[in-house]
Design a protein around this ligand. Structure first.
Ligand code: AMP
Length: 185
């Protein structure tokens, strides 16, 4: 199953997609993790992505697409995967649709994790990642509103989108996700 999780930073995408990947026995692909790894290893993509990431901005679409599409072609992803953090812009979603069409892989479902802003700020301030200081967090939330939020319309229009209430405990949120995913198996 090819599943996409969308949600602002701090909504629990990472936690929930790891669990879902384990449940469905498919790889969990986080573009944020891939990019952080590329930065640490100082690869070509890493060097080009580093500055935007430090500022809490999205990295250019073509960089993320390059790194993700290469990974999706690997053998372990043939049966599907859980995408955590991609697509994050409408142009990325359009490129992803083209990629899926070319590889004859259907998109099973898109899950939106919804959490209100006060709760997000509280969660992010206690996480302690390098890009989690207040100023950068606010920049990342702005980027979400401006660039990622329009994706919800994009997927909503073709009824691929399911909204999950992300405010509850990790168990409650995961139970909602499973009920949607199980119904589509
Ligand atoms: P995340 O771990 O998903 O919160 O991502 C951390 C950072 O990586 C983001 O703030 C962006 O700078 C970058 N990033 C991750 N995924 C994407 C994407 N799909 N498009 C652009 N930038 C991304």
């Amino acid at each position: 199953m090819q599943i996409v999780l969308i949600g602002p930073p701090g909504a629990g995408k990472g936690t929930q997609s790891v669990r879902l990947a384990e449940y469905l026995q498919v790889p969990h692909l986080s573009t944020g993790e891939m990019l952080r790894d590329a930065c640490l290893r100082k690869t070509d993509v890493g060097l080009r992505a580093n500055e935007a990431m430090q500022r809490g901005q999205l990295v250019p679409d073509e960089l993320v697409e390059e790194i993700l599409f290469e990974r999706l072609e690997e053998k372990d992803c043939q049966g599907g995967s859980i995408l955590d953090g991609f697509p994050r812009t409408v142009p990325q979603a359009v490129a992803f649709d083209a990629w899926l069409g070319k590889h004859q892989r259907p998109l099973s479902t898109v899950l939106e994790l919804r959490v209100n802003k006060e709760e997000l700020l509280e969660r992010l301030s206690s996480r302690g990642r390098e890009d989690d200081n207040r100023e950068i967090v606010l920049a990342r939330l702005d980027q979400y509103d401006e660039l990622t939020h329009p994706l919800l319309d994009y997927y909503g229009k073709r009824s691929a989108l399911h909204v999950i209430d992300g405010q509850g405990s990790a168990e409650e949120v995961f139970a909602q996700i499973c009920s949607i995913v199980d119904a589509r198996k």
